[in-house]
Design a binder for this molecule. Structure first.
Ligand SMILES: [Zn+2]
Ligand SMILES: [Zn+2]
Length: 115
């Protein structure tokens, strides 16, 4: 067990594979679901039921609220989303629904809040 796992025992982490929540919030075609990477170091990003993202490279952990997104449609333009659109993007991501399951999603939503 790593030191990190000890700090947040309740979070279960999954690879962040989803459509672009920023495009969703702008009513634009978000394109297919894809793995997200941390812009500063290209590390794989994971999402936890704590409503946090973590980068598997630099190990930073932050609430999803403070992150911005750049997809293929706006590669250098990092855009925000809303809690509702992020929840939408995640709840339609195959891995979250099939592997993580409804309980995970429920916890995620509780920790997500509204913004
Ligand atoms: Zn986008
Ligand atoms: Zn990183």
């Amino acid at each position: 067990m790593s030191q990190y796992d000890t700090q947040v025992p309740e979070a279960e982490w999954f690879s962040l594979v989803m459509r672009c929540p920023a495009c969703l919030s702008e009513q634009k075609e978000p394109g297919p679901a894809a793995q997200w990477f941390h812009a500063s170091d290209d590390g794989f990003v994971q999402v936890g039921s704590s409503a946090q993202y973590r980068c598997t490279s630099c190990r930073c952990v932050e609430h999803v609220k403070s992150w911005r997104y750049a997809c293929e449609a706006h590669q250098t333009d990092f855009r925000p989303t809303s809690s509702a659109h992020l929840a939408n993007a995640l709840s339609t991501a195959g891995q979250i629904t099939s592997v993580a399951g409804r309980q995970w999603m429920q916890r995620f939503l509780e920790n997500l809040g509204e913004w």
